[in-house]
Design a protein around this ligand. Structure first.
Ligand SMILES: *Cc1c(COP(=O)(O)O)cnc(C)c1O
Length: 390
């Protein structure tokens, strides 16, 4: 029998009825600690009172008008993202992949407007993930995502990470941009060396290319700064953000400098829902919380404690766990045993985490957890290690 929901996901057999802070509850009252945040989305926890209030307040007033008209909440969210970043201007969509699509279109259009329409190719890196649309699977270059969906969209050249020579060798007269996640997410929580980001910036400046950051997963406070690139001090020309920007409301954004966006004039791009009043009301509420003085410092301190506890656990169970890597509250634990078994063992102990490439288990907890939640997750991890000991 055909499933009424297209069976494209290998789902765990769990249904949640409500959430509160870092916890999710099933219909029969079973409680789970959510250290996955729906893949780095509900970064302020579930049912955050300020977000709920913003959503309910907006729901009573106005949901949608389309981008035929000005949208106050969208303009305000754009102004705030601009003030908080390298960018001068923002386009809103509804997802991460759409934010990347806008970034790629913005880069191509920049060169078109500069009289160099032959520059359309984008360099990407092995292990990358940029979404599941036709263009973004080509950008990610993963065989498992491309299989059966050919021919792959043209315009992407992939090179190994941390190889400046390969990067420079891949640049041709057709290259428009270089696209990279400052911390690889799906690829296995792998922070890119700031020196390599500098090398990318230098090559881009030398050859007149645009640098695009994919901060869909690592942005919005996940690493302990609003944007992960702040750790390196190397700014891009264009950046895609989504996931935690809406705290669970579907919203994505493509940020750009005035120069990089010079080709994006009226009529060049659009979205029916993008940046609608409902989504941007919640986006603004997320920023209200994240912009509070001391918020990011608090995230950094809690992340340090969590990481230390993970390191202690790894030291005790070297036959199950290999290493922890990442930045802030974006932590990947490379496993010796299959990471999928570890994720399942954590779920059996009522802690939700997310698998990633390179045999990694991801911890993406709410940014607002306290020590008791760290204790709870580590106790489950210890117990899972004992159970999985080979
Ligand atoms: C999740 C993710 C995407 C895709 O976002 P969607 O909202 O699923 O389209 C792209 N890039 C990175 C780094 C991501 O983590």
């Amino acid at each position: 029998m055909t499933a009424s929901v297209m069976p494209t996901y290998a789902r765990a057999d769990l249904v949640f009825e409500r959430g509160e802070g870092p916890y999710l509850y099933t219909a029969d009252g079973e409680r789970y600690l959510d250290f996955g945040c729906g893949i780095a989305v509900t970064s302020l926890g579930h049912a955050h009172p300020h977000l709920v209030e913003a959503l309910k307040g907006q729901a009573d007033r106005l949901w949608h008008t389309s981008n035929l008209y000005r949208i106050e909440g969208q303009e305000r969210l754009a102004r705030r993202l601009v003030a908080d970043s390298f960018a001068d201007t923002v386009f809103f969509g509804n997802s991460g992949a759409e934010a990347i699509e806008c970034a790629l279109k913005t880069a191509r259009r920049y060169h078109f407007a500069n009289g160099e329409p032959e520059r359309f190719r984008t360099i990407t890196f092995t292990g990358a993930f940029h979404g599941r649309t036709l263009a973004t699977i080509a950008a990610g270059g993963q065989a498992k995502h491309l299989e059966g969906f050919g021919p792959a969209a043209d315009g992407f050249d992939q090179v190994p990470l941390h190889d400046s020579n390969a990067l420079r060798a891949a640049i041709t007269g057709e290259t428009a941009a270089i696209l990279i996640e400052p911390v690889l997410g799906e690829g296995g929580i792998y922070p890119v060396d700031p020196e390599f980001l500098k090398a990318i910036r230098a090559a881009a400046d030398e050859f007149g290319l645009l640098v695009i950051y994919d901060e869909i997963q690592c942005g919005m406070g996940r690493t302990g700064k609003l944007f992960a690139y702040e750790w390196s001090g190397v700014a891009p020309d264009i950046m895609a953000v989504a996931k935690a920007l809406g705290g669970g409301m579907p919203i994505g954004a493509c940020l750009a400098t005035e120069k990089a966006a010079s080709g994006m004039v009226a009529g060049t791009h659009g979205s029916t829902f993008g940046g609608n009043p409902l989504a941007t009301a919640v986006g603004n509420a997320v920023l209200d919380v994240m912009e509070e003085p001391g918020f990011m410092e608090g995230v950094q301190q809690r992340a340090k404690r969590l990481r230390k506890r993970i390191e202690q656990t790894i030291a005790k169970h070297p036959d199950v766990l290999e290493e922890v890597r990442g930045l802030g509250m974006m932590l990947g634990i490379k496993a010796v045993v299959p990471a999928g078994d570890l994720v399942a063992a954590m779920r059996d102990r009522h802690v939700l985490v997310v698998p990633a490439g390179d045999n990694v288990m991801r911890f993406l907890p709410p940014l607002v957890i306290d020590d008791s939640h760290i204790d709870e997750a580590i106790a489950a991890l210890e117990d899972a290690c004992v159970a999985l000991k080979p």
